[in-house]
Design a binder for this molecule. Structure first.
Ligand code: NAP
Length: 277
C-alpha cells in the first residue's frame, strides 16, 4: 500500500479552509498569522519556508515571513521571537531549522511561547507530548503519525525502529510511537549492527539524512517503511528499489512525509488560532 501523504495533505487543507473562515469571522475579519522566521540564505530552507507560506495562503491564513541575515546573533533572534510572542495576531511561530552555527538554536526554540509553538520544537512541548499531555507535536513526526492513523496501520504491540535521534524528528517520533504502545528502538550513528535491528522491525522510520542509507534488504517482508528523508532528485533515506515488493506499506519520496509535515504545521496553526479567538 502506498501511503500517499500528498493526497492526505490536500484533503486536510480542504477541511481547514472552513475552520479558518470561522476563526476570521470570530476575530471580526482579522486574519490569523503564522510567522515564519528564516535566518540566512540557505536555498533549501528558503524553499521550505516559501512552501509553508504558500500553504497558509491556500487555507486562508496569513503568513508573515521574517527574513534575518546570516550574521544574526542569538540575542537578536530572541528579540524577534519575543516581539512575535507579544503580537496578538500571530497565532503560530515557525523558526526554520537549521539556523547559522553562531546561534543557540535550542535557546531560540525554547523562547517560542508554548501556545504559539505550532511546529512543536520547544523542550516544554516535547516534554508534555512525551508525557501524553496536550501539546503541539513536532510537525514531521506528528505528520507521520497522521499518515499511520489515516491508513489504519496497526501500532499497538508492534516493533518500531526509528533510525535517527534528532530533537525535532527521531526523538519525538520514538515518543509518539511509544505513546501508541509500540515497542520502540532508537538507532543512531553509534548503533552497532543496524541492519540486524531494522530487519526485526514491523515499522521502520528513516530519519538519517543520508540518501538511500537504509537498504531494502535490511527490511523484513511485510514491514511498514516510513521515509522522512528528502534529498535532491526526490531521493529519500530509504532505498527505493524493491521497496514496494518487500513492504506491506510505504511512504513515497516525494509525496509522502514532506507534504504531511506542512499540512500538520498548518493544522496546528489553525488549532492555535481557534483557541485564541
Ligand atoms: P539530523 O539532525 O542530521 O539527524 C540525523 C540522525 O541520523 C542523527 O541522530 C544521527 O545520529 C543519525 N545518523 C547519522 N548517520 C547515521 C548512521 N550511519 N547510522 C545510523 N544513524 C545515523 O537530521 P534530521 O533533521 O533529523 O533529518 C533527518 C532526515 O529527515 C533528513 O533527510 C532531512 O532532510 C529529513 N527531514 C525532513 C523533513 C520534512 O519536512 N520532510 C523535516 C525534517 C527533516 P547521531 O545522533 O549519532 O549523530
Amino acid at each position: 500500500m502506498l501511503l500517499d501523504g500528498k493526497a492526505l495533505a490536500a484533503q486536510i487543507e480542504q477541511e481547514l479552509k472552513n475552520r479558518v473562515q470561522a476563526v476570521i469571522q470570530k476575530m471580526g475579519g482579522k486574519i490569523p498569522v503564522l510567522a515564519t522566521i528564516l535566518v540566512g540564505d540557505d536555498p533549501s530552507s528558503a524553499t521550505y519556508v516559501k512552501m509553508k507560506g504558500n500553504a497558509c495562503k491556500r487555507v486562508g491564513l496569513e503568513s508573515l515571513p521574517v527574513l534575518l541575515p546570516a550574521s544574526t546573533t542569538t540575542e537578536e533572534l530572541l528579540g524577534k521571537i519575543k516581539e512575535l510572542n507579544e503580537n496578538p495576531l500571530v497565532r503560530g511561530i515557525l523558526l526554520q531549522h537549521p539556523v547559522p552555527k553562531q546561534i543557540n538554536e535550542r535557546k531560540c526554540f525554547d523562547a517560542i511561547s508554548i501556545e504559539k509553538d505550532v511546529d512543536g520544537v520547544s523542550s516544554l512541548g516535547f516534554g508534555l507530548m512525551s508525557m501524553g499531555e496536550r501539546a503541539y507535536g513536532s510537525a514531521t513526526p506528528k505528520g507521520i503519525m497522521n499518515i499511520l492513523e489515516h491508513y489504519k496501520i496497526p501500532l499497538e504491540g508492534k516493533y518500531a525502529v526509528v533510525v535517527g535521534r534528532s530533537a525535532i524528528l527521531g526523538k519525538p517520533m520514538a515518543a509518539m510511537l511509544l505513546n501508541k504502545n509500540c515497542t520502540v528502538t532508537i538507532c543512531h550513528s553509534k548503533t552497532q549492527n543496524l541492519p540486524h535491528i531494522t530487519k526485526q522491525a514491523d515499522i521502520v522510520v528513516g530519519a538519517v539524512g543520508i540518501p538511500e542509507f537504509i537498504k531494502t534488504e535490511w527490511l523484513k517482508n511485510g514491514a511498514v517503511a516510513i521515509d522522512a528523508g528528502y534529498h535532491n532528485g526526490g531521493i529519500g533515506d530509504i532505498q527505493k528499489e524493491g521497496l514496494s515488493s518487500v513492504c506491506s506499506a510505504y511512504t513515497p519520496v516525494p509525496g509522502g512525509v514532506g507534504p504531511m509535515t506542512i499540512a500538520t504545521l498548518i493544522r496546528q496553526t489553525v488549532e492555535s488560532a481557534e483557541k485564541f479567538s
